[in-house]
Design a protein around this ligand. Structure first.
Ligand SMILES: *Cc1c(COP(=O)(O)O)cnc(C)c1O
Length: 433
């Protein structure tokens, strides 16, 4: 299968090329030239085996095709269980059992497993540059740690990520370098972009990015929805409806694509924080990107959802169809707090602020009857609450135990290198490593 750009002004490329490139040369996002026919999937298979079957048509004919099963085993070596909530027919799809306790571990690990195979036999390693405000950089750093033929340089704004996040970035060492930049996230992103556009530098140090528009992160995310929907249908004979907390629409786009491949998902609805671009659009307004506002669910503080272009592509630009099919509801910080506190006091359930937006939207749907009592719904739980302990613990009045994998990371000593917010400083570090 070949892949084309959503903007239609770049040549079609193979899967390997699309994964290695990240963004298409015309600035668009890579999408399959046509969506594969529906897949026949069986319940009872492991998550890795489900991923291999689901992703096979996308890998057909590519250099990575013989590697697909191995890549899936490496990326999907922790579970994504569908658990019941206390409220009737409500479930939670736990996507936070990976090394950094967020769903981004799945995509980052799949991308790392793919890229390390693509680089095998090359003389020089590929260096991945990531600018991060927290979660993405941690998932990418952990996923690429000790992967052959790959190095990572993470830039983060010093003092502007949580202490736990900074620790996760700086504690790996080896092929992972963490630079704590004396500036803002925008400074970090500008420095990374400049490096990716510096042809002279790249002749000496091959570079790539790993942000959420990469196909190598998007495609694997379909797998946990497929696995959960299959297990659910085997038990309940009913499709699973989902509410997904959304920022850049990466996780949600994967669910939409899985459904387009025949996975038995019912409705797919979106929850955002106070950043209202998607709720306004699906509610009938223009698609109007805005500067993001800071919220408690900070991994969703997005004012221009990057995968929106892919969603529009899948619906052939038909805004009316998109508005019939989806809606998004915005949940403000006060409601996020209230949801976390109430679910704990009523049921003993503990959610991270991102997951809490989706839990609240599901509560609204149940209360209004938009989600009928007999329907089964799941919220995607995108991070473990222990990652956001400074928000969650005061609301529930107790400590949240840290999951073992994350505790393992937090035990390691951390050392990030200081770096001034100037491109020259980054360039010099890349050349002298
Ligand atoms: C990245 C992230 C999100 C948003 O995911 P998108 O794919 O950008 O929509 C939600 N929750 C958590 C915890 C995240 O890290």
């Amino acid at each position: 299968m070949n892949f084309i750009s959503t903007r239609n002004a770049s040549p079609a490329v193979s899967l390997s090329q699309a994964i290695a490139a990240g963004l298409a040369p015309d600035g668009g996002l890579y999408v399959p030239q046509q969506m594969p026919a529906a897949r026949t999937l069986a319940a009872g298979a492991s998550l890795a085996a489900t991923a291999t079957t689901l992703l096979q048509p996308f890998f057909a004919g590519d250099a990575l095709e013989p590697e697909l099963a191995g890549i899936c085993e490496q990326a999907f070596d922790f579970p994504a269980p569908l658990q019941s909530l206390a409220t009737r027919n409500d479930h939670v799809l736990e996507l936070f059992h990976g090394p950094t306790a967020a769903f981004k571990d799945f995509g980052a690990r799949f991308l790392a497993a793919s890229l390390s195979r693509l680089r095998a036999g090359q003389e020089r390693p590929l260096t991945i540059i990531v600018a991060t405000s927290g979660d993405t950089g941690a998932a990418v750093a952990a996923a690429f740690h000790n992967q052959p033929n790959l190095e990572v340089v993470v830039l983060y704004p010093d003092g502007r990520v949580s202490p736990r996040q900074a620790h996760q970035l700086g504690c790996l060492g080896g092929n992972i370098r963490a630079l704590r930049v004396a500036g803002s996230f925008d400074d970090c992103q500008a420095m990374a972009k400049q490096a990716l556009n510096d042809a002279d530098l790249q002749a000496q140090v091959p570079l790539s990015s790993a942000n959420s528009i990469s196909l190598g992160r998007l495609l694997p995310q379909m797998s946990y929805y497929a696995h959960a929907a299959l297990e659910h249908r085997a038990r309940h004979e009913a499709p699973l409806n989902v509410v997904i907390p959304t920022g850049n629409l990466g996780n949600a786009m994967a669910a939409v694509m899985a459904r387009a491949l025949g996975v038995s998902l019912g409705r797919i609805l979106l929850a955002t924080n106070a950043n209202r671009v998607l709720p306004d659009y699906f509610g009938g307004g223009q698609y109007a990107p805005k500067p993001s506002v800071a919220t408690l669910a900070n991994a969703m503080d997005v004012g221009a959802p990057s995968n929106f272009e892919r969603l529009r592509w899948l619906y052939k630009g038909d805004d009316a169809a998109l508005r019939t099919e989806f809606f998004a509801r915005a949940v403000d910080d006060a409601t996020i707090r209230e949801t976390i506190a109430c679910r704990y006091s009523a049921y003993g359930e503990v959610f991270c602020p991102h997951t809490a937006t989706a839990v609240n939207v599901l509560e609204q749907l149940r209360a209004s009857g938009e989600a009928a009592a007999g329907e089964h719904w799941a919220v995607a739980a995108t991070a473990h609450p222990a990652k956001f302990e400074s928000v969650v613990e005061p609301l529930i009045g107790r400590e949240v135990p840290v999951p073992a994998a994350l505790a393992e990371l937090l035990k390691r000593p951390a050392h990030a290198e200081p770096c001034p917010p100037e491109y020259a400083a980054l360039r010099e570090r890349l050349l002298n490593s």
